[in-house]
Design a protein around this ligand. Structure first.
Ligand SMILES: Cc1ncc(C[n+]2csc(CCOP(=O)(O)OP(=O)(O)O)c2C)c(N)n1
Ligand SMILES: [Mg+2]
Length: 808
């Protein structure tokens, strides 16, 4: 199938079959400039290695734990990153750096005056430059955090779609031209499935302005990667409509290939297995000579090459891969002028320029003290001048300073935006059509917002992995439309085949429809939620997903939060309440994820008025600066409940947001409270009514956010205060009172309340995989119905009697 949206311009490069070998540069960089850039690449290599060495061997180690760092992975990307940052990228470009090249990133920012020596000296130490680039912890202008391999790659693609989204809606600040979204990719990152899921999504959305630069060193952590992988990479990318530029041989090798015996040498190199090439890189000149000599029967031309090069020069020649050749790289990068997504496969050597270059075990290898001394000498660094930006370079400092000051990337004072705050109107409680589930309520709230004429509604962008309609986003989408950079007709509507769902796509649409891959949902939410700092545009991203499938994209969710991206995750339906769907669709552990996930406030309302209050608060929370602000997770349900129909007083609103309020206040000295969270409200209420006769004054506590309630409790505890919201709420209970907690999720979500209240607790919840049934059957089988509450109360009495009988 061909992409109907794509107007693919076939370039000469692509016509060359196996990607392009950029022999004929479109731009010929000035040789003097190239020489300075090469010197600077050496300086970057030195600083990156020294930073790691300093952290491991010079800075005192207080606890005996290995510090680490990746000198070989860094060396692999030095030339590529120097070329990009010091010559190619512009302030509007946004870059995700391969995690293990963090030292290279920090070294370059140091040269550009955006990183301090103090931070480099504290690389991998508290408050210092981070082990892997971090948006939130580093201070040197990191665009995307990286660390979990594959995610940094994919988010650049999602971010390119977001850029297109805001650009087509003319939301970009006037003086902000669109940039390129660039990922510097370790070749083993391509083993991560999420990269290919993202590629598919990119094809569907006709993504533009993405560059993925693959550091093709043919090594991962443990070993050397499969031979001729680049063939596969090449064809996958081309199938997805990308231009592929293969950067294999450097200029020196290309020259030799053209000379006497050159064709034979090229053939030898082209067919050389990755492992052998790596091993020979490690062995050096004599190793190359011995092997090449052995093969001269088959490749007689190699004789001529061997005659012309002594061992040292032969070694250098054989390592002249394009990924370490400044001229070849600049030719390639500057040669791309259009917005077609482009994958550069840059051949490199892991550990290039270091004593363990090419060795398969070099991933976490560190230079020894002796090796560092030799390296230092060859780099021309005098004792005590290790952090100096100019020593050891064969170019006058003035020239270097001039070049650095004119680097395009730093020609804008700040690359980070502060998007203005959008006013949040009251979010009305949807009415009518009772009983109503929280999922229906969510759909109605969004539907009403879609009809509203306000900035908030215009800045909401929804997204869903193929569950738009089944999570009640249909009404919103009908009013606000599906986004695509090209206008695409709704065929069913045009053919008058009746459907309640309109599906026309256009640049004005506000819903991003994704394929089923949940990883893409979280990567997209992550990218949308960074639109404020990256593009200067405040968006309110809302993503919907079935609650159990949060686990499917969990690392990407964690990744989005790690970067302080701001979004609302609506996960519905949830729990065994989704009874007929069975165990594969019923979530158990997600409340604990919601509580433990940093940067994500988890709510589980039972009623629609609570949901309206929470959503209004969430729109503020998304805009609040760190550390107050963050993202929001709403765990919703399809279970219809009769609504309480009450006035939302200020104190009720506050209780809902802080996480709990009394549905029925306990009378003083009460010995029992039933504490519930979410769709199980009716069972709790029923049990409460049944218990009132036996235990008058029993309280009924509604928990709307176990997460916020817990956080508030810890916050007070750390300050020696007993004035947390939950402690204040539970204070009226008698000292020997009992709490029965109940939710459709893991019981540990609420069992901590016993400690907070300093009272006994009987925690009810779901611990085992679910199965098909109706809620009556399942609530009974999993012991979260009214009867289970009564049993828990009875059991507590037995427990108490036993305790009295056996005090020890
Ligand atoms: C999701 C994830 N799994 C495992 C790791 C551990 N790990 C770090 S680097 C690496 C191999 C990386 O190889 P490559 O991407 O080729 O980078 P290179 O070091 O060769 O430059 C692995 C497995 C990780 N960081 N993230
Ligand atoms: Mg690699």
């Amino acid at each position: 199938m061909t992409n109907p949206m794509r107007t693919k311009t076939s370039t000469k490069l692509e016509a060359e079959g196996q990607g392009s070998r950029l022999d004929s540069p479109k731009v010929c960089p000035d040789p003097a400039r190239i020489r300075i850039l090469e010197e600077l690449a050496d300086k970057v290599l030195w600083l990156a290695c020294w930073m790691i060495h300093h952290a491991n061997h010079i800075r005192p180690n207080r606890d005996g734990v290995k510090v680490g760092g990746h000198q070989a992975s860094s060396a692999s990307l030095v030339t590529l990153m120097t070329a990009l940052y010091l010559d190619v990228v512009r302030p509007q470009d946004r870059i995700a750096v391969k995690p293990h090249a963090s030292p290279v990133y920090h070294a370059i920012q140091y040269l550009l005056g955006k990183q301090t020596r103090a931070k480099l000296e504290r690389f991998r130490a508290f408050g210092g430059a981070q082990s892997y680039p971090s948006r939130t912890k580093d201070t040197d202008d990191v665009d995307f955090s990286t660390g979990s391999v594959g995610l940094g790659v994919a988010i650049t693609l999602m971010s390119a779609i977001v850029q297109e989204f805001v650009q087509l809606k003319r939301l970009l600040p006037r003086d902000q031209p669109p940039g390129r979204l660039i990922a510097l990719v370790g070749d083993a990152e391509l083993d991560e499935g999420n990269v290919f899921e993202a590629l598919f999504e990119g094809w569907k959305h006709d993504v533009r302005n993405v560059w993925w630069v693959i550091d093709y060193n043919r090594q991962s952590l443990d070993s050397v990667v499969t031979d001729r992988l680049f063939d596969r990479i090449d064809s996958v990318f081309k199938t997805m409509g990308w231009r592929v530029v293969v950067l294999k041989y450097g200029k020196k090798l290309q020259e030799v290939f053209k000379g006497h015996g050159g064709t034979d040498l090229q053939e030898w190199l082209d067919t050389c297995p990755n492992s052998l090439y790596s091993a020979l890189v490690y062995k050096g000149g004599p190793g190359w000579r011995e092997h090449l000599q052995r093969d001269t029967k088959r490749y007689p031309g190699i004789h001529h090459v061997l005659k012309e090069f002594d061992d040292t020069r032969l070694h250098r020649l054989m390592m002249n891969l394009a990924g370490h050749d400044m001229t070849a790289l600049l030719d390639a990068f500057h040669g791309i002028q259009d917005d077609q997504p482009t994958c550069f496969i840059a051949y490199t050597i892991k550990g290039h320029g270091l004593p363990f270059a090419g060795h398969k075990d070099n991933h976490a290898g560190l230079m020894t003290l002796e090796q560092m001394e030799t390296f230092k000498r060859t780099m021309g660094i005098a004792e005590g001048e290790e952090w100096n930006k100019f020593t050891g370079l064969n170019v006058p400092a003035g020239e270097i300073e001039r070049l650095l000051a004119a680097v395009p990337f730093v020609q804008q004072e700040s690359r980070t935006f502060e998007a203005s705050v959008v006013a949040i109107p009251p979010v009305p409680v949807p009415t009518g059509g009772e009983p109503m589930s929280t999922q229906q309520g969510f759909g109605r709230i969004l539907n009403d917002l879609a009809a509203a004429n306000c900035e908030l509604a215009d800045r909401i962008v929804t997204t869903s992995p193929d569950v738009t309609v089944s999570t009640n986003l249909g009404g919103w989408v009908n009013r606000r439309g599906v986004f695509h950079r090209n206008k695409l007709a709704d065929v069913f509507k045009d053919e008058r085949a009746l459907s309640p769902q309109r599906w026309a796509m256009s640049p004005s649409g506000q819903h991003l429809e994704l394929g089923i891959a949940e990883h893409n949902l979280f990567l997209m939410l992550g990218a949308l939620g960074l639109a404020a700092p990256l593009f200067g545009v405040r968006l309110f991203p809302i993503g919907t997903v079935y609650d159990p499938f949060i686990c499917r994209g969990l690392d990407a969710l964690n990744y989005a939060c790690y970067q302080d991206s701001r979004f609302i995750l609506v996960a519905t339906p949830s729990g065994i309440t989704l009874a007929p769907e069975g165990g594969a669709h019923q979530s158990i552990n997600t409340p604990l994820i919601g509580m433990a996930q940093d940067g994500l406030a988890y709510f589980e309302p039972a009623y629609v008025d609570e949901l309206a209050v929470i959503m209004e608060w969430a729109f503020h929370h998304l805009q609040a600066p760190p550390p107050q602000g963050g993202s929001v997770y709403l765990r919703l349900s399809t279970r219809p409940l009769r609504q309480p129909g009450r006035e939302l007083t200020d104190s009720l609103r506050e209780g809902i947001i802080t996480g709990a309020y009394w549905r029925v206040r306990p009378t003083s000295r009460t010995g029992l409270a039933i504490v519930y969270c979410g769709a199980i409200a009716e069972e709790a209420q029923k049990a409460h009514a049944m218990l009132l006769d036996d235990i008058p004054g029993t309280g009924l506590l509604a928990i709307t956010s176990p997460d916020r309630l817990h956080a508030d409790w810890l916050h007070h505890k750390r300050r020696g205060s007993v004035n947390s919201h939950v402690e204040r709420l539970l204070a009226p209970l008698s000292p020997d009172a009992m709490l029965v907690t109940i939710l459709d999720g893991h019981p540990a979500t609420l069992s901590w309340l016993g400690s907070a209240a300093r009272r006994r607790v009987q925690p009810l919840g779901v611990e085992r995989f679910g199965q098909s049934g109706d809620t009556l059957d399942l609530y009974r089988a999993y012991e979260i119905d009214a009867e289970a509450v009564l049993d828990a109360v009875a059991m507590a009495s037995v427990e108490e009697a036993n305790a009295v009988a056996n005090p020890n």
